[in-house]
Design a protein around this ligand. Sequence first.
Ligand SMILES: [Zn+2]
Ligand SMILES: [Zn+2]
Length: 272
Amino acid sequence: MTQDVWLSTHAYLQPVALLHAVVDIAAAGIPTEAPCVPIWDNYTVDFQKGVPLLESSATVIDLTAAERVVVLLVENLASAPLPGKVAEETRALDSELRCDPDAPRRAVAWLLDKDVYASACPGLLRYLGWTALARHFRPLVDAFAGWRDEERWLRSYCPTCGSRPSMAQLVGTDPGRLRLLSCGRCKTRWRYRRTGCPFCENHSDHRLAVLAVEGEGGLRIDYCEACRGYLKTYDGEGSEHVLLADWTSIHLDIIAHDRGLIRSAASLYEVS
Ligand SMILES: [Zn+2]
Ligand SMILES: [Zn+2]
């Protein structure tokens, strides 16, 4: 499945696809400065206790470069051809991040859930900020995946940034079929129990109810009858790039929302 094929049958996603394309081009134009990979031994104890990598005080991850990429992305986009309201909000964010020298630090701390930051455009800042951060942290996320023993995490939140999963994916074949959870913010994917709800962590290990969606390339909605939390799930392999992107399945969020289900995961794409 390519993005073009997906968009040809989901024309209503075109505006968000166009926005993505402009943001991706702007992000690709920012010089990268890979974050230092921490000394993993220092983090082992926190990892075993369930402290996400970016929340651990045992690892010193310098965020100065991360702050710079967020500021640069917003600055590049302030003069990009964006649709009306987004263009306006991007310019507002750009001046907001410039007018106070401490704003970039506080904005990134807010994106990482470490501080409060009263942005005038929090939704757009979350989207642009995490687009820049996910790109910036990619080498760190990859190195972490290589080091991490998945069997020792199996938690319902992202081992890198602590976010709840935006989506899940079922991979492999029985009896070794696995469920991976996917972070909508930093794009980490990690293993979780095959059954059970990752939101209320209902330990009765009941199966989630499945809401199949016609003709959706293996996408479905799994939901918990106890807490009404739902998880968009990709039951397949090979089209992760398109089908795990979260925005490509916004229509599933709308279906779930209409049925009174609750999205517990942070979304970079607000659906109301
Ligand atoms: Zn994450
Ligand atoms: Zn639940």
